[in-house]
Design a protein around this ligand. Structure first.
Ligand code: ADP
Ligand code: MG
Ligand code: MG
Length: 252
């Protein structure tokens, strides 16, 4: 059982005009076995939250705390966060030139577990996970994210998640740019990870569509750098019907 605790998090980003404050007091607790959806309009700071949890150097934590089972996440390097069991799938995954998918996965697995995976099991696990995500085996020899389509990038992220078995997974707009079939395949992957282990999922999305496939226990509406409203799955249904207008009208 793991718990990620975000307390009164304030974050600013460096811009040409100086530091711009984006997150303005985020409170959120995600425990293993739970799925939390963060929804909100464009520009509300959802990706900034993901980048801040990932330890992206551009984002400065000005106050607040983030802990994983009591350990100070903000004091950890990016690698240490991964070893502690945090997995982050970014909205815009980066290319890793010259590194194949299969090498990348094996290196990441070795770094996180502290030892190389037993080769026979590993090869089988990778093959099974790729089959389930309907990925061509040849994909394993391609360089990470180089020339990947939007859908391939997202499948690759879920492939990582399935193989690395995180304690807390943060998925930023894993649904964006996917057609209905790809969305279903990617969602099934997330649901397999949820069913197979004690993972806490933080699902960041602008649209309610993915929530038909991955059922959230809690829904948080993000507006203007903080959580404006919280509820259960019914809140997502309400947002689907009403959009974000009522939040934007009051936040102006
Ligand atoms: P969302 O993911 O909800 O669409 P973001 O976190 O991407 O929102 O952005 C929140 C706000 O912060 C936006 O106004 C965006 O322009 C600004 N912002 C985020 N990252 C940067 C950056 N690196 N430089 C300048 N502004 C940024
Ligand atoms: Mg956005
Ligand atoms: Mg975003």
């Amino acid at each position: 059982m793991s718990t990620l605790e975000i307390r009164d998090l304030h974050v600013s980003v460096e811009t040409k005009e100086g530091a711009k404050s984006i997150l303005r007091g985020v409170d959120l607790t995600v425990s293993s076995g739970q799925t939390h959806a963060i929804m909100g309009p464009n520009g509300s700071g959802k990706s900034t939250l993901a980048y801040s949890l990932a330890g992206h150097p551009k984002y400065t934590i000005t106050s607040g705390s983030v802990t994983l089972d009591g350990a100070d996440v903000l004091a950890m390097s990016v690698d240490e966060r991964a070893r502690a069991g945090m997995f982050l799938a970014m909205q815009y995954p980066v290319e890793v030139p010259g590194v194949s998918v299969s090498n990348f996965l094996r290196t990441a697995k070795t770094a996180i577990d502290g030892q190389a995976p037993a080769l026979r099991h590993w090869v089988k696990d990778v093959r099974t996970a790729m089959e389930q995500l309907r990925m061509d085996p040849a994909f394993a020899d391609r360089n990470v994210n180089e020339g990947f389509s939007g859908g391939e990038k997202k499948r690759h992220e879920i492939l990582q998640m399935e193989l690395l078995k995180p304690r807390i997974a943060i998925l930023d707009e894993t649904d964006s740019g996917l057609d209905v079939d790809a969305l279903r395949i990617v969602s099934e992957g997330v649901n397999r990870v949820k069913a197979g282990g004690d993972v806490g999922v933080l699902l960041i999305t602008h649209y309610t569509r993915i929530l038909r496939y991955i059922e959230p226990d809690f829904v948080h509406v993000f507006v203007d750098g903080r959580i404006a409203e919280e509820g259960g799955p019914e809140l997502a249904e309400r947002l689907e019907a009403e959009g974000y207008d009522r939040f934007l009208a009051t936040s102006a």
